[in-house]
Design a protein around this ligand. Structure first.
Ligand SMILES: Cc1cc2nc3c(=O)[nH]c(=O)nc-3n(C[C@H](O)[C@H](O)[C@H](O)COP(=O)(O)O)c2cc1C
Length: 187
């Protein structure tokens, strides 16, 4: 029997309008295998995490993000590295979503890729993300890894991913992610 439509939530670690990571996430939406659909979440309207704010009542943008995460079959993160690690926007989103009860990373299949100006393609953020999400009991797909280095040369002026090799790497990652979601699914 064919798999039903798998819902993938995309989260981009950059808030920049012309973000290469957001452009690559949009490209991923076009390269998904059959049976998957991508929705991209907003994280730019989350307040900065503060326990006092949470204690006063969960802010609406946080409630929305947590609900989107909870309903997704898989989480796809595209992010640059800032100073060899997570961007503040992405860490803030993860911190908000991570608070109990019912933290939505529990048993969630996750795939990660990164783009940056440098030749390593933001590799270091991926390992920090794996460490963080694994301790939240997320199931982070080990491979394939995709690092989009020297990003400006791989997109056109409209933010379209034009580099064929990168498109192929993303296609392989997404095909692997479909299998990973099915494999990690709760019985
Ligand atoms: C605060 C800051 C720190 C950065 N640190 C790194 C870094 O550690 N490694 C890297 O490859 N690029 C770094 N960059 C450059 C990013 O790769 C570049 O800004 C990239 O375009 C960000 O991704 P985006 O296009 O999705 O916004 C940094 C940029 C900023 C603003």
């Amino acid at each position: 029997m064919a798999d039903p439509q798998l819902k993938v939530l995309g989260v981009c670690g950059s808030l920049r309008k012309k973000s290469f990571n957001m452009a690559a996430l949009r490209a991923a939406g076009e390269l998904l295998p059959a049976g998957m659909a991508l929705t991209i979440a907003r994280i730019d309207d989350l307040p900065m995490f503060n326990q006092d704010v949470l204690d006063a009542g969960i802010p609406e943008p946080v409630r929305r993000l947590r609900s989107e995460l909870a309903q997704a079959d898989g989480l796809l993160i595209a992010s640059p590295e800032y100073n060899f690690s997570l961007t503040p926007a992405l860490k803030n989103a993860i911190d908000w979503a991570s608070r109990p009860p019912d933290q939505p990373f529990q048993d969630k299949p996750v795939a990660i890729f990164s783009a940056s100006l440098g030749p390593l393609g933001g590799a270091r953020v991926q390992y920090d993300l794996r460490r963080i999400l694994t301790q939240l009991w997320g199931h982070v797909m080990p491979r394939p890894e995709v690092f989009i280095g020297m990003a400006p040369g791989k997109f056109d002026a409209d933010g379209r991913l034009t580099d064929e090799t990168t498109r192929k790497f993303l296609t392989d990652l997404l095909a692997g992610f479909r299998d990973w979601i099915v494999r990690m699914r709760k019985p």
